[in-house]
Structure formats: C-alpha cells, structure tokens
Design a protein around this ligand. Structure first.
Ligand code: GDD
Ligand code: MG
Length: 358
C-alpha cells in the first residue's frame, strides 16, 4: 500500500534548528525523525511513500539519493509554494498516480499505532476517510475529534480553546483515505485538511475515527522533541534507543566509539567520536556524534546535535544545542533554550530559555 507523508512545513516551533534543517530531518537519538516515521509505516505494510516536500526539499533528496529510507521506497512531490495539508495530499497523491485506498501521515509524529486495525475499521465501515485518534491531557494544540458510538466523526475542531474542547481524543495525524478525497480538494490555493476538507466530510457523514492508545508523540516543539529522546532512552518505546546502540550498563548507551573520560549517568547516549573530558558530568542527555564536553562542564536533561561543543566549566540544562554550536567557558544555558546551527554562546554568558540563532 502507498502512503503520503507530509514533511513540507517550516517547523516554526523548532526554530532556529529548522532554519537550516527541516524538522523531519532532525535526529531523534541519532536517527533522522523521518526514518523513524517511515520505519513504523514499513512495519505495517507500507512499501511505497511519497514525501510531500515544500520547505528545504534538498535535505531529503540528498539524504536518500537511492530513493530508499528505512526499507521503504520513496518518491518526491515538491510544491512550488505551500499548498496546505489537503493541497499537499492532493498534489502528492496525483503525482504518484495513487488510485486506490491510501494512507497519510504527518511526518513529525512518532508512534507505534496499529495501522492494520485502522485499515480494517475503515473497510468495515465503508468510510471515505478514517482518522487515528489519541487521548491527550490538553487537546487545545491539536485537532479535536468527537465521534458517535459507531466511530462516525461528529465534528472536527482544529485547536479549540482548552475549555471548549468537546473530548480529549485528538487527531493523531495518521489517516486512511479513499481516492474520492482528492476530488474534494480545490486546486490553485492553500487548503487545510483540518479546517476545510475534514469538516466537509463530517457534514457528509463519510469521516470515521478510531482511538489507539499505543505510544504517540508529536515531536514538533522543543518540549516534545526533548521528550522523544527521553522516551527512547527510558524504554517507553521498545528496542535500543538508536540503531547500533550498545548497552554500556546503568542506562548508558554508546554508538560507535565515543571517549568517556568524565562521568556519564544514565539515561544517556553518546554518539560516535563524542568526547566527555575528565571532570565533566553528563546526565540524562544525548550527546551527538563528534560533540565535545570540556572539563568541569555539566550537561543535564539536554540534547546535543552533531559537533556541538560545551566549554570548560559551562552548564547546559534542559536545552537543545544545534549542530556545531558552541557554549563558551563558564557559559550557562538554562531550560528550554534552543541553539541553532553553529550558534555561539559567549564565555560566561547566561541564556535562559532563549532561542539563539546561528
Ligand atoms: N507538504 C506540505 N505542505 N506539508 C505541510 C504543509 C504544507 O503546506 N503544512 C504542514 N505540513 C506538514 C508538516 O511538515 C508536518 O509534518 C505535518 O504537515 C503537520 O503539520 P504541523 O505543523 O506539525 O501541524 P500540527 O502539529 O500543528 O497539527 C497537526 O498535527 C496534529 C497531530 O500531531 C494537525 O493535523 C492536528 O489536527 C493534529 O492533531
Ligand atoms: Mg506537528
């Protein structure tokens, strides 16, 4: 079966990381997010995926020049300008000549949901579209989807005020659709599936939804991007946290040959060639390949992308350091700071929950 995976958004909530790398090419524990998404689809019988591209499309095409990723065959549909989620689905499905039931997935959703069960549910109801739902505490940042007892969708309310959300079940960003869906999407302008096409299908009674309680996370904000790492390191998803990661005991994982001269406390993963100098402390962290943590530095609750450097005596807590970024000696990077590609924090400087462009 074929799937369209939406990866054309600008990833604004993860800026400045996403100014140089599209959100779905950011690593999640040393493996690009998109490969984790494709792996899940592949495990559920998807053998061909159309990547729906718009923003920084070259990053994907360069990473997978043979048109294969995570064991799935890829083709690319590149929008000249953003078409919105429904416009992108239509454009991608038509360019891949999809003419049967197909699957759509948001490219920033990490999940172990049961796609086979959703397909079966869809067929049993003769639905035009079926949405996977997931329960969340705060539905206000998602599409909220109340259903009747047969699973027919009563309303699709995108990002309502918290107190106005009719249910805690939200759109999990995986859909099964019939080709007739494509005729509903007008050409030549941006069309949102959440705000336009799904509400029209609700009015026609052809949209259904099925709740799934498996692991699910939208990794599109700094908080949830960090959480995606802890969920893998702390075993909330099965298997080793990264391909080829070796268990070094105490919740510490190693990929390739990092050098550990300081102290590393699990849960943690060190990438190939990373260096933790004597007197440095790493705890609850992912230290990407080629990173350097200098003597006396502390890195806690943070994710460091490839080649980031933390200087002598510096502290990094609860933050994301972009590729090749640098924190000067005695610098202090406090929770929910995000450093962009090659961003630099000066010696002794304090960054408190800020975004630092590269
Ligand atoms: N090709 C293309 N073109 N892709 C797009 C476009 C576009 O114009 N706009 C967004 N995307 C892609 C993004 O790259 C992302 O992978 C996916 O579509 C969803 O966009 P997000 O920006 O991540 O949306 P969201 O997280 O605020 O909300 C969506 O996902 C929630 C579940 O995670 C909605 O579908 C919600 O209803 C849903 O609950
Ligand atoms: Mg999202």
């Amino acid at each position: 079966m074929k799937a369209v995976v939406l990866v054309g958004g600008e990833g604004t909530r993860l800026r400045p990381l996403t100014l140089s790398v599209p959100k779905q090419m950011l690593p999640v524990v040393e493996q690009p997010m998109i490969e984790r998404v494709l792996g899940q689809l592949g495990r559920h019988g998807i053998d061909e995926v159309v990547l729906s591209l718009g923003y920084l499309p070259d990053a994907f095409m360069k990473a997978y020049p043979d048109g294969v990723a995570a064991g799935v065959r890829l083709s690319y549909a590149i929008e000249a300008k953003p078409l919105g989620t429904a416009g992108a689905i239509r454009f991608s499905a038509l360019s891949a000549q999809i003419d049967g039931t197909f699957v759509v997935a948001n490219g920033d959703v990490l999940t172990d949901m049961d796609l086979g069960a959703l397909l079966e549910f869809h067929r049993a109801r003769g639905a035009e579209g079926s949405i996977s739902l997931h329960p969340v505490d705060d539905p206000s940042t998602f599409g909220v989807v109340p259903t009747d007892e047969t699973g027919r969708v009563r309303a699709f309310v995108e990002k309502p005020a918290r107190e106005e959300a009719p249910t805690h079940l939200v759109n999990a960003g995986t859909y099964v659709l019939e080709p007739s869906f494509l005729d509903r999407v007008p050409e030549g302008r941006q069309v949102s599936v959440e705000r336009e096409t799904f509400p029209a299908m609700v009015a026609d009674g052809t949209l259904y939804a099925l709740a799934d309680s498996s692991y699910w996370l939208d990794a599109g904000t700094p908080e949830t991007y960090l959480k995606a790492h802890w969920d893998l390191l702390e075993g909330r998803r099965p298997g080793p946290p990264a391909p080829g990661a070796k268990d070094a005991g105490g919740g510490v994982w190693l990929v390739g040959s990092p050098r550990v001269q300081g102290e590393v406390r699990g849960p943690a993963l060190l990438g190939d060639g990373a260096l933790v100098c004597p007197g440095a402390l790493v705890e609850k962290a992912v230290v990407g390949r080629g990173c350097v943590i200098a003597s006396g530095a502390r890195v806690v609750g943070s994710v460091l992308l490839a080649g980031a450097m933390v200087g002598w005596g510096a502290t990094v807590t609860g933050s994301i350091l972009g590729p090749g970024s640098c924190v000067g000696a005695r610098g202090d990077v406090r929770p929910l700071s995000v450093l962009g590609h090659r961003a630099s924090v000066g010696a002794g400087a304090v960054v408190a929950g800020e975004r630092v462009p590269g």
